[in-house]
Design a protein around this ligand. Sequence first.
Ligand SMILES: [Zn+2]
Ligand SMILES: [Zn+2]
Length: 240
Amino acid sequence: MPAEFGEADIPLAFYPQCPICGQTGSTYRSLGIHYKTDHPEFYAQSRRLNGQFKRITLAFVLIALGLSRLIFIGLTRLLILGWGAIMLGWFAYFLLFWQPKLDDLSDKSNDEWRNNSRPSTLDQTVQAASSRKANSIVCPICKLGPYRLGLGIRYHNRIHHMEYFKWYRGWSLLMEKISILTVLVFLGLFSTGLLDPLASSGFAPLILVVPAFSLAVVFATNRSKKQRESRIEWIQNHPH
Ligand SMILES: [Zn+2]
Ligand SMILES: [Zn+2]
């Protein structure tokens, strides 16, 4: 094992971790070296995806800079609308396209890795004595674990609770789409001036807090409901 994969005192949830074999690196750079050596195909494909990400980000920045000319002709409201739309477009690309694509790529590589009987530490449970237990979670469905937050619990769900995993992916994507649309509606309302009376009143902070809070509550409530259902189903399929 190369020296750069030593266990540094970083909270594990923020650890750069290989989504294929579970190897943890002390930095994202060291993890890059690991991909290059141990998962060359994943390395090449994720590099292509990241290259596209950089080009698209640059394009958005250039358009935003171009739009800033509007300020010189006094069209501030239009400028804010344009910048808002660009930021939303970037978030939409990041959340609805780039992230799912990278996840698919990681999952595919992980499946190939396991199909070749190579070991993966992604499903390793966190030891009770470990100080890193705070960054771990017991599986809400089968109560096994605790698994590492992030890649660990994600991997466990993908392999052992496939139905729940697929549901959760779809649900997160839907909520992300709704959030983006909500902001888009507000942006539209702002540009028409319809929100002005509210924005200049004492209720201004509520304009954003209330929808954000409502969305978060809907997201969490429905997720707990689905977890309870999956838990009941799991118990029925695994009688003691
Ligand atoms: Zn790896
Ligand atoms: Zn489980």
